[in-house]
Write a new protein. Structure first.
Length: 115
């Protein structure tokens, strides 16, 4: 008789809207890095991404969300920067909560997998 095999269900989550993929783990990491560093420039560096690409992603998220997720801070003595809005903080929390619930469901389903 064949040995018992163990299968896993892998899940990747992203949120879509009319124009396609809106929010996935990459954009969530970008938002978290903006929160951590206080700047799009530094967040991009942390992710080994060009500033231009990071800025485009932020602009796209801001335009497609009901409320902007990131706000730019005007330069002063220490220069400008960026911070997450309440909507940006909520986007991170909601994304991880949905991902957690879907992964828990997939884990439960894994126990019944037999082929």
């Amino acid at each position: 008789m064949a040995e018992n095999k163990k299968y896993n269900i892998e899940v990747r989550v992203w949120i879509e809207e009319a124009e396609g993929a809106f929010l996935g783990i990459g954009k969530i990491w970008l938002l978290e890095n903006i929160r951590k560093t206080g700047s799009i420039t530094n967040a991009a560096k942390e992710m080994k991404m060009s500033y231009r690409q990071a800025w485009q992603l932020v602009e796209e998220m801001n335009q497609r969300a009901e409320n902007p997720l990131v706000e730019k801070l005007l330069g002063g003595k220490g220069g400008g920067g960026a911070r997450l809005t309440d909507a940006g903080e909520k986007a991170i929390a909601v994304f991880y909560e949905i991902e957690k619930r879907i992964k828990e469901f997939a884990e439960k389903e894994t126990q019944n997998l037999k082929f």
